[in-house]
Design a binder for this molecule. Sequence first.
Ligand code: MN
Length: 198
Amino acid sequence: MGFYNLTSRRPQHLLDILELGYNVMYNDVDMVWLQDPFKYLQGGHDVYFMDDMTAIKPLNHSHGLPTSRNGVTYVCSCMIFLRCTSGAKLLLKKWVEEIRTQPWSNTEAKKPHDQPAFNRALHKTTHQVDVYLLPQSAFPSGGLYFKNKKWVNETNGKHVIVHNNYIVGYNQKLKRFQDFGLWLVDDFSHESPLGKLE
Ligand SMILES: [Mn+2]
């Protein structure tokens, strides 16, 4: 419940930051940075994001808004970079509106879920917002990265931000990061103002 209440307020918080005149990088806490993502934010697009699909795409896939047969896309609301532009602000306003007008889209949980609303907002603003889909090899979903060792080997060295999703629960996420050698927190705890995380 806390998660949904928090994420339904997320677009408003992001909009507030843009209104102050800043660009903003948002990412979930269940993600690990293996390289500097900022060099991937090429061009002057309004918004940058990654796909939550698990199917492998060609390395030279399109950077436009994904299309799908039934009009449902799975752009991830887990990592978003927004420039302080009218297009990005419009998208966030539409996202807030979509959560308010259809808050129960996640019928299983009966709680507002912001990712479908984000996707609807993207489609409704498609001609007004300049979007950029980040390369899958650099920004893979957990459903691909943690489940396809062959793909991970083939794309070795290209991974930038890995999302530990397609698994539920804090302990499960922690264990998977550790199992895959991606739990770097302990190694660098002496450099962190937070110290060791328990
Ligand atoms: Mn996440």
